[in-house]
Design a protein around this ligand. Structure first.
Ligand code: C2E
Ligand code: MG
Ligand code: MG
Ligand code: MG
Length: 291
Protein backbone atom coordinates (compact mmCIF):
# COMPACT_ATOMS: atom_id res chain seq x y z
CA UNK A 1 0.00 0.00 0.00
CA UNK A 2 1.12 3.55 -0.64
CA UNK A 3 0.62 6.05 2.13
CA UNK A 4 -2.12 7.58 0.08
CA UNK A 5 -3.97 4.27 -0.33
CA UNK A 6 -3.60 3.54 3.35
CA UNK A 7 -4.98 6.88 4.39
CA UNK A 8 -7.77 6.51 1.86
CA UNK A 9 -8.58 3.16 3.46
CA UNK A 10 -8.52 4.79 6.85
CA UNK A 11 -10.88 7.46 5.67
CA UNK A 12 -13.27 4.87 4.32
CA UNK A 13 -13.01 2.88 7.53
CA UNK A 14 -13.72 5.92 9.69
CA UNK A 15 -16.60 7.00 7.51
CA UNK A 16 -18.16 3.53 7.81
CA UNK A 17 -17.54 3.50 11.54
CA UNK A 18 -19.05 6.94 12.03
CA UNK A 19 -22.03 5.95 9.99
CA UNK A 20 -22.56 2.84 12.12
CA UNK A 21 -22.26 4.76 15.35
CA UNK A 22 -24.49 7.51 13.97
CA UNK A 23 -27.08 4.87 13.23
CA UNK A 24 -26.78 3.38 16.71
CA UNK A 25 -27.02 6.81 18.25
CA UNK A 26 -30.17 7.52 16.30
CA UNK A 27 -31.60 4.10 17.20
CA UNK A 28 -30.96 4.79 20.86
CA UNK A 29 -32.61 8.20 20.52
CA UNK A 30 -35.53 6.59 18.74
CA UNK A 31 -35.92 3.98 21.47
CA UNK A 32 -35.89 6.65 24.15
CA UNK A 33 -38.47 8.68 22.27
CA UNK A 34 -40.57 5.58 21.69
CA UNK A 35 -41.41 5.43 25.38
CA UNK A 36 -42.66 9.02 25.48
CA UNK A 37 -44.43 8.65 22.14
CA UNK A 38 -46.14 5.53 23.36
CA UNK A 39 -44.87 3.38 20.50
CA UNK A 40 -44.29 0.15 22.44
CA UNK A 41 -47.13 -2.36 22.45
CA UNK A 42 -47.67 -5.17 24.89
CA UNK A 43 -48.56 -8.39 23.11
CA UNK A 44 -49.33 -11.59 25.00
CA UNK A 45 -49.41 -15.27 24.13
CA UNK A 46 -51.61 -17.59 26.23
CA UNK A 47 -50.07 -20.47 28.18
CA UNK A 48 -52.25 -23.57 28.18
CA UNK A 49 -52.43 -26.65 30.44
CA UNK A 50 -51.83 -29.39 27.88
CA UNK A 51 -53.87 -32.00 29.74
CA UNK A 52 -57.04 -29.92 30.16
CA UNK A 53 -56.81 -27.09 27.64
CA UNK A 54 -57.24 -24.49 30.39
CA UNK A 55 -55.49 -21.14 29.90
CA UNK A 56 -53.44 -20.48 33.03
CA UNK A 57 -51.06 -17.74 32.01
CA UNK A 58 -49.80 -15.47 29.27
CA UNK A 59 -46.33 -14.41 28.21
CA UNK A 60 -45.69 -10.70 27.67
CA UNK A 61 -43.93 -10.10 24.35
CA UNK A 62 -43.10 -6.53 23.40
CA UNK A 63 -43.61 -5.01 19.95
CA UNK A 64 -42.54 -1.61 18.67
CA UNK A 65 -45.15 0.15 16.57
CA UNK A 66 -42.63 2.23 14.62
CA UNK A 67 -44.14 5.20 12.71
CA UNK A 68 -42.21 4.35 9.51
CA UNK A 69 -41.07 0.76 9.86
CA UNK A 70 -44.36 -0.70 11.11
CA UNK A 71 -44.48 -3.39 13.79
CA UNK A 72 -40.87 -4.09 14.78
CA UNK A 73 -40.21 -7.47 16.41
CA UNK A 74 -38.14 -7.78 19.60
CA UNK A 75 -35.26 -9.58 17.87
CA UNK A 76 -34.66 -6.31 15.97
CA UNK A 77 -34.13 -4.13 19.03
CA UNK A 78 -33.81 -6.21 22.24
CA UNK A 79 -30.12 -7.11 21.63
CA UNK A 80 -29.35 -3.44 21.01
CA UNK A 81 -31.39 -2.35 24.01
CA UNK A 82 -29.42 -4.89 26.03
CA UNK A 83 -26.03 -3.54 24.80
CA UNK A 84 -26.89 0.05 25.57
CA UNK A 85 -28.62 -0.51 28.88
CA UNK A 86 -31.92 0.80 27.50
CA UNK A 87 -33.37 -2.62 28.34
CA UNK A 88 -33.92 -1.52 31.93
CA UNK A 89 -36.31 1.18 30.78
CA UNK A 90 -38.05 -1.29 28.52
CA UNK A 91 -38.30 -4.00 31.18
CA UNK A 92 -39.82 -1.49 33.54
CA UNK A 93 -42.38 -0.54 30.91
CA UNK A 94 -43.24 -4.21 30.26
CA UNK A 95 -43.55 -4.90 34.01
CA UNK A 96 -45.86 -1.92 34.47
CA UNK A 97 -48.08 -2.86 31.50
CA UNK A 98 -48.17 -6.49 32.61
CA UNK A 99 -49.27 -5.40 36.09
CA UNK A 100 -52.08 -3.33 34.59
CA UNK A 101 -53.16 -6.37 32.56
CA UNK A 102 -52.96 -8.75 35.55
CA UNK A 103 -55.04 -6.34 37.61
CA UNK A 104 -57.72 -6.02 34.91
CA UNK A 105 -57.90 -9.78 34.45
CA UNK A 106 -58.16 -10.37 38.21
CA UNK A 107 -61.05 -7.88 38.34
CA UNK A 108 -62.88 -10.16 35.85
CA UNK A 109 -62.10 -13.20 37.98
CA UNK A 110 -59.38 -14.38 35.63
CA UNK A 111 -56.28 -15.28 37.61
CA UNK A 112 -53.63 -15.73 34.99
CA UNK A 113 -49.95 -15.60 35.70
CA UNK A 114 -48.18 -13.12 33.45
CA UNK A 115 -44.70 -14.15 32.33
CA UNK A 116 -42.19 -11.35 31.78
CA UNK A 117 -38.88 -11.88 29.97
CA UNK A 118 -35.76 -10.57 31.69
CA UNK A 119 -32.32 -9.93 30.17
CA UNK A 120 -28.78 -10.09 31.56
CA UNK A 121 -28.75 -6.39 32.40
CA UNK A 122 -31.95 -6.78 34.39
CA UNK A 123 -30.34 -9.50 36.48
CA UNK A 124 -27.34 -7.21 37.10
CA UNK A 125 -29.70 -4.49 38.35
CA UNK A 126 -29.52 -4.55 42.15
CA UNK A 127 -32.77 -2.60 42.35
CA UNK A 128 -34.82 -5.04 40.25
CA UNK A 129 -36.45 -6.81 43.23
CA UNK A 130 -37.36 -3.44 44.77
CA UNK A 131 -38.82 -2.27 41.46
CA UNK A 132 -40.95 -5.40 41.33
CA UNK A 133 -42.09 -5.00 44.92
CA UNK A 134 -43.10 -1.42 44.15
CA UNK A 135 -45.07 -2.43 41.05
CA UNK A 136 -46.87 -5.25 42.89
CA UNK A 137 -47.84 -2.89 45.70
CA UNK A 138 -49.07 -0.09 43.42
CA UNK A 139 -51.22 -2.48 41.39
CA UNK A 140 -52.46 -4.42 44.42
CA UNK A 141 -51.08 -7.70 43.14
CA UNK A 142 -49.60 -10.68 44.95
CA UNK A 143 -46.29 -12.14 43.74
CA UNK A 144 -48.12 -15.10 42.20
CA UNK A 145 -49.34 -12.70 39.48
CA UNK A 146 -45.94 -12.95 37.79
CA UNK A 147 -43.49 -15.44 36.40
CA UNK A 148 -40.09 -14.16 35.30
CA UNK A 149 -38.42 -15.86 32.32
CA UNK A 150 -34.65 -15.84 32.10
CA UNK A 151 -32.58 -17.58 29.42
CA UNK A 152 -29.70 -19.85 30.34
CA UNK A 153 -27.30 -17.55 28.49
CA UNK A 154 -28.50 -14.47 30.42
CA UNK A 155 -27.81 -16.33 33.66
CA UNK A 156 -24.40 -17.59 32.53
CA UNK A 157 -23.16 -14.08 31.67
CA UNK A 158 -22.57 -13.53 35.39
CA UNK A 159 -23.79 -16.61 37.27
CA UNK A 160 -22.92 -15.31 40.73
CA UNK A 161 -24.87 -12.07 40.47
CA UNK A 162 -27.66 -13.74 38.54
CA UNK A 163 -28.09 -16.24 41.34
CA UNK A 164 -28.20 -13.47 43.96
CA UNK A 165 -30.91 -11.60 42.06
CA UNK A 166 -32.90 -14.77 41.39
CA UNK A 167 -32.77 -15.73 45.04
CA UNK A 168 -34.13 -12.36 46.10
CA UNK A 169 -36.93 -12.56 43.52
CA UNK A 170 -37.73 -16.09 44.63
CA UNK A 171 -37.88 -15.03 48.30
CA UNK A 172 -40.45 -12.42 47.28
CA UNK A 173 -42.61 -15.27 46.00
CA UNK A 174 -42.19 -14.65 42.28
CA UNK A 175 -42.11 -17.68 39.97
CA UNK A 176 -38.94 -18.12 37.95
CA UNK A 177 -38.59 -19.89 34.62
CA UNK A 178 -35.56 -20.94 32.56
CA UNK A 179 -36.40 -19.89 29.00
CA UNK A 180 -35.09 -21.45 25.78
CA UNK A 181 -33.91 -24.44 27.80
CA UNK A 182 -31.48 -26.64 25.91
CA UNK A 183 -29.90 -23.90 23.79
CA UNK A 184 -27.47 -22.39 26.33
CA UNK A 185 -24.32 -23.57 27.99
CA UNK A 186 -25.33 -23.87 31.61
CA UNK A 187 -24.43 -27.01 33.52
CA UNK A 188 -26.99 -29.07 35.35
CA UNK A 189 -24.78 -28.82 38.44
CA UNK A 190 -25.30 -25.07 38.35
CA UNK A 191 -28.96 -25.12 37.35
CA UNK A 192 -29.96 -27.37 40.22
CA UNK A 193 -28.85 -24.67 42.68
CA UNK A 194 -31.10 -22.02 41.14
CA UNK A 195 -34.44 -21.36 42.82
CA UNK A 196 -36.52 -21.92 39.67
CA UNK A 197 -40.08 -23.26 39.28
CA UNK A 198 -40.29 -23.84 35.54
CA UNK A 199 -38.32 -25.14 32.56
CA UNK A 200 -39.30 -23.88 29.17
CA UNK A 201 -38.22 -26.13 26.31
CA UNK A 202 -36.93 -24.11 23.39
CA UNK A 203 -39.16 -24.04 20.34
CA UNK A 204 -36.36 -25.27 18.07
CA UNK A 205 -36.87 -28.75 19.59
CA UNK A 206 -40.67 -28.56 19.51
CA UNK A 207 -41.62 -27.02 16.15
CA UNK A 208 -40.97 -30.14 14.08
CA UNK A 209 -40.77 -32.80 16.76
CA UNK A 210 -43.39 -35.13 15.27
CA UNK A 211 -41.07 -35.66 12.27
CA UNK A 212 -37.73 -35.65 14.05
CA UNK A 213 -36.84 -38.56 16.30
CA UNK A 214 -33.85 -36.65 17.71
CA UNK A 215 -36.04 -33.74 18.79
CA UNK A 216 -38.60 -36.13 20.24
CA UNK A 217 -35.90 -37.73 22.39
CA UNK A 218 -34.56 -34.39 23.56
CA UNK A 219 -38.04 -33.16 24.47
CA UNK A 220 -38.95 -36.37 26.30
CA UNK A 221 -35.70 -36.32 28.32
CA UNK A 222 -36.13 -32.63 29.16
CA UNK A 223 -39.66 -33.21 30.43
CA UNK A 224 -38.40 -36.06 32.64
CA UNK A 225 -35.41 -34.03 33.80
CA UNK A 226 -37.63 -31.09 34.75
CA UNK A 227 -40.12 -33.28 36.57
CA UNK A 228 -37.34 -35.11 38.42
CA UNK A 229 -36.08 -31.72 39.59
CA UNK A 230 -39.58 -30.86 40.78
CA UNK A 231 -40.19 -28.28 38.07
CA UNK A 232 -43.14 -27.45 35.87
CA UNK A 233 -42.29 -28.04 32.22
CA UNK A 234 -43.56 -25.81 29.42
CA UNK A 235 -43.12 -26.31 25.68
CA UNK A 236 -43.03 -23.29 23.35
CA UNK A 237 -43.61 -23.41 19.59
CA UNK A 238 -46.61 -25.78 19.38
CA UNK A 239 -47.87 -25.34 15.84
CA UNK A 240 -49.96 -28.47 15.34
CA UNK A 241 -52.43 -30.79 17.01
CA UNK A 242 -49.96 -33.67 16.51
CA UNK A 243 -47.32 -31.92 18.60
CA UNK A 244 -49.83 -31.01 21.33
CA UNK A 245 -50.90 -34.66 21.57
CA UNK A 246 -47.33 -35.92 21.61
CA UNK A 247 -46.39 -33.50 24.40
CA UNK A 248 -49.53 -34.38 26.34
CA UNK A 249 -48.65 -38.06 26.18
CA UNK A 250 -45.13 -37.26 27.42
CA UNK A 251 -46.65 -35.49 30.41
CA UNK A 252 -45.53 -31.96 29.50
CA UNK A 253 -47.46 -29.60 31.79
CA UNK A 254 -48.06 -26.50 29.71
CA UNK A 255 -47.62 -25.21 26.20
CA UNK A 256 -47.69 -22.16 24.01
CA UNK A 257 -47.77 -21.86 20.28
CA UNK A 258 -49.44 -20.67 17.13
CA UNK A 259 -51.75 -23.71 17.24
CA UNK A 260 -53.43 -22.22 20.32
CA UNK A 261 -52.79 -18.55 19.60
CA UNK A 262 -50.23 -16.24 18.11
CA UNK A 263 -49.19 -13.38 20.37
CA UNK A 264 -52.13 -10.91 20.47
CA UNK A 265 -52.46 -7.32 21.74
CA UNK A 266 -52.84 -7.37 25.53
CA UNK A 267 -56.21 -5.61 25.39
CA UNK A 268 -57.61 -8.51 23.34
CA UNK A 269 -56.69 -11.19 25.87
CA UNK A 270 -59.90 -11.08 27.92
CA UNK A 271 -62.01 -11.54 24.77
CA UNK A 272 -59.71 -14.32 23.58
CA UNK A 273 -60.15 -16.13 26.91
CA UNK A 274 -63.95 -15.81 26.64
CA UNK A 275 -63.93 -17.49 23.26
CA UNK A 276 -61.24 -20.07 23.91
CA UNK A 277 -62.27 -23.70 23.50
CA UNK A 278 -59.49 -26.27 23.29
CA UNK A 279 -59.38 -27.28 19.61
CA UNK A 280 -58.73 -30.91 20.45
CA UNK A 281 -60.77 -33.32 22.53
CA UNK A 282 -59.40 -33.52 26.07
CA UNK A 283 -59.24 -36.81 27.98
CA UNK A 284 -61.81 -35.44 30.47
CA UNK A 285 -64.39 -34.54 27.81
CA UNK A 286 -67.52 -36.66 27.66
CA UNK A 287 -67.02 -39.02 24.78
CA UNK A 288 -69.61 -38.88 22.04
CA UNK A 289 -70.53 -42.55 21.61
CA UNK A 290 -71.60 -43.69 18.20
CA UNK A 291 -74.39 -46.29 18.43
P1 C2E B 1 -39.04 -16.07 23.90
O1 C2E B 1 -39.20 -15.44 25.24
O2 C2E B 1 -38.44 -17.42 23.84
O3 C2E B 1 -40.49 -16.01 23.25
C1 C2E B 1 -40.97 -16.97 22.36
C2 C2E B 1 -40.95 -16.49 20.94
O4 C2E B 1 -41.47 -17.53 20.13
C3 C2E B 1 -41.82 -15.27 20.67
O5 C2E B 1 -41.21 -14.51 19.63
C4 C2E B 1 -43.11 -15.91 20.16
O6 C2E B 1 -43.88 -15.06 19.35
C5 C2E B 1 -42.55 -17.06 19.35
N1 C2E B 1 -43.52 -18.16 19.20
C6 C2E B 1 -44.50 -18.52 20.05
N2 C2E B 1 -45.19 -19.58 19.59
C7 C2E B 1 -44.62 -19.91 18.41
C8 C2E B 1 -44.91 -20.92 17.44
O7 C2E B 1 -45.81 -21.74 17.57
N3 C2E B 1 -44.10 -20.96 16.35
C9 C2E B 1 -43.08 -20.07 16.16
N4 C2E B 1 -42.35 -20.17 15.06
N5 C2E B 1 -42.80 -19.09 17.05
C10 C2E B 1 -43.56 -19.01 18.17
P2 C2E B 1 -41.09 -12.93 19.71
O8 C2E B 1 -42.33 -12.33 20.28
O9 C2E B 1 -40.62 -12.45 18.37
O10 C2E B 1 -39.95 -12.73 20.78
C11 C2E B 1 -38.64 -13.16 20.51
C12 C2E B 1 -37.77 -13.05 21.73
O11 C2E B 1 -37.57 -11.69 22.11
C13 C2E B 1 -38.37 -13.73 22.97
O12 C2E B 1 -38.13 -15.11 22.95
C14 C2E B 1 -37.62 -13.01 24.07
O13 C2E B 1 -36.35 -13.59 24.27
C15 C2E B 1 -37.43 -11.62 23.50
N6 C2E B 1 -38.43 -10.72 24.07
C16 C2E B 1 -39.72 -10.48 23.70
N7 C2E B 1 -40.30 -9.57 24.49
C17 C2E B 1 -39.37 -9.23 25.43
C18 C2E B 1 -39.36 -8.35 26.56
O14 C2E B 1 -40.34 -7.69 26.89
N8 C2E B 1 -38.18 -8.27 27.28
C19 C2E B 1 -37.08 -9.02 26.94
N9 C2E B 1 -35.98 -8.88 27.71
N10 C2E B 1 -37.06 -9.85 25.91
C20 C2E B 1 -38.19 -9.97 25.16
MG1 MG C 1 -39.86 -16.11 26.98
MG1 MG D 1 -38.36 -19.13 24.81
MG1 MG E 1 -36.58 -17.61 22.49
Amino acid sequence: YTAKQRSAGAVVYHAAFDKASEQSLSLLTELRNAVERNEFRLFVQPKIMLGTGKAVGAEALVRWAHPERGNVFPDQFIPFAEQTGFIRVLTRWVMEQSAILAHELAARGLNLKISVNLSTRDLMDQDLPVKFADILARHQLGPSAFCLEITESAIMDDPVRAQQTLERLHEMGLDLSIDDFGTGYSSLAYLKRLPVNELKIDKSFVLNMENDIGDTKIVRSTIDLGHNMGLRVVAEGIESEAVWRLLMRMGCDQGQGYFMSRPIPADQLAAWLENWRPPIAMPGDAAVEPY
